[in-house]
Design a binder for this molecule. Structure first.
Ligand code: PMP
Length: 305
C-alpha cells in the first residue's frame, strides 16, 4: 500500500505542500550523513494536542548541531512554532514529529561550509515496534554489529550518519525474525537498542546503561528515571554485561518511537516471566498517564499545540 503523506510540511521558514519540500541531489547530507534531527511525539490529551518535551528535544537538536559546527538559521522558538504549525495545519493529534537540519547544496568537500537547510514534518504514528508490542512485548536479539566507539562517532549527537549503525542492527534483527536488535558497545558491554535505550530490573531496582556506553541518552530514558524516582523506584546507571539481559527480572526498551516496550526474550531466552513485569507495568501506567491526565505533569513536559 502506498504511504499516505500529510498535506503540509515546514521547510526553510514556511509551511508548504508536502510534495514541494524537496532538496538537491548534491546536498552534502545525502552524501556524508551530515544531518541532525529529532523524533518527537505529540499526544491527544484531554486539553488538546500536546507535544511531549518539545523544548528538551529542540535543545538536543541544537546540541547535536553544535557538535558538527552546524549553525541553524532559525531560533528554537521559531522551530517550536514550526512544530506546532505542522501539527495544527495537518489537524493531527497523536503524531510523530521530525525536525531535521542538514548540510544542503553549496560545496563538495567534507568540511565545506554549506547552507544549513531545516525542515519539520509530522505524521500519524502508532506503536513503533508493532501493534501488540506495548502490551505483549517483543523478542530481541543481541546484534552482531557493535556500536561505534566513543572516539569515532559521538553517539550523543543525534546525527543522520549514526543511523547507518542503527539500520544494520535493526535490519539484521528483523531478517533473523526478531522484533529489535540490541547492540554492545566497543567495550563489549551493553549499549542500547537500534533506536531505543534499555532498562533492566533486578529486585525492583532499575538499571540502565550510562552515557559512556555509546548511547544516545534519550529523553524518554530521562522521563522514566524521573517518574521512577518520584514513585520511589531506585534507578542506577552502570556498566552492564551482556548476560545480565538474560538474567534480569524484567527488561524494557524505551524511546520516543518505542515508548515503553517490554522485552519478553533475548536471543531466544525468556526474560523473567516472559510478560511485562510489575515495574514495567507501573512505568507504563505513569508514562501513559501523562497523556490522559492520570499522572500530574508537574514538570511542564506537555507543551500544548
Ligand atoms: N537511542 C537511539 C539510538 C535513538 O535513536 C533513540 C530515539 N531517538 C533513543 C535512544 C531514545 O531517545 P529518545 O527517548 O530521546 O527518543
Amino acid at each position: 500500500m502506498a504511504q499516505q503523506y500529510p498535506e503540509w510540511i515546514w521547510q526553510n521558514g514556511s509551511i508548504k505542500p508536502w510534495a514541494e519540500a524537496t532538496t538537491h541531489v548534491m546536498s552534502h547530507a545525502l552524501h556524508y550523513g551530515s544531518s541532525v534531527f529529532e523524533g518527537i511525539r505529540s499526544y491527544a490529551t484531554p486539553d488538546g494536542a500536546a507535544i511531549f518535551r518539545l523544548t528538551d528535544h529542540l535543545n538536543r537538536l541544537y546540541q547535536s548541531a553544535k557538535i558538527y559546527d552546524m549553525v541553524l538559521p532559525y531560533s528554537a522558538d521559531e522551530l517550536a512554532a514550526a512544530c506546532r504549525a505542522v501539527i495544527g495545519k495537518n489537524g493531527l493529534g497523536a503524531a510523530y514529529l521530525r525536525p531535521v537540519a542538514y548540510r544542503g547544496l553549496g560545496g563538495f568537500g567534507l568540511s565545506a561550509e554549506t547552507p544549513i537547510d531545516v525542515a519539520v514534518a509530522a505524521w500519524p504514528m502508532g506503536p513503533y515496534l508493532g501493534p501488540d508490542a506495548l502490551k505483549n512485548g517483543i523478542d530481541a536479539c543481541v546484534s552482531s554489529w557493535q556500536r561505534f566507539a566513543p572516539n569515532t562517532i559521538p553517539a550523543g549527537a543525534k546525527a543522520g550518519g549514526n543511523y547507518l549503525s542503527g539500520q544494520l542492527i535493526a535490519r539484521e534483527a528483523r531478517r533473523l525474525g526478531f522484533g529489535e536488535g540490541i547492540a554492545l558497545a566497543s567495550t563489549g558491554l551493553l549499549s542500547e537498542g537500534a533506536g531505543e535505550n534499555l532498562f533492566l530490573v533486578f529486585d525492583g531496582v532499575l538499571h540502565t546503561t550510562p552515557a559512556s556506553a555509546s548511547i544516545l541518552a534519550g529523553i524518554t530514558r530521562d522521563t522514566l528515571k524521573t517518574l521512577a524516582r518520584e514513585d520511589g523506584i531506585e534507578v542506577i546507571e552502570r556498566d552492564i554485561p551482556r548476560e545480565y539481559l538474560y538474567l534480569a527480572d524484567e527488561l524494557l526498551m524505551c524511546g520516543t518511537a518505542a515508548e515503553i516496550t517490554p522485552i519478553r526474550s533475548v536471543d531466544g531466552k525468556q526474560v523473567g516471566t516472559g510478560k511485562a513485569g510489575r515495574v514495567t507495568l507501573r512505568l507504563q501506567e505513569l508514562f501513559f498517564g501523562l497523556f490522559d491526565g492520570r499522572t500530574h505533569d508537574k514538570w511542564g513536559w506537555l507543551e500544548q499545540v
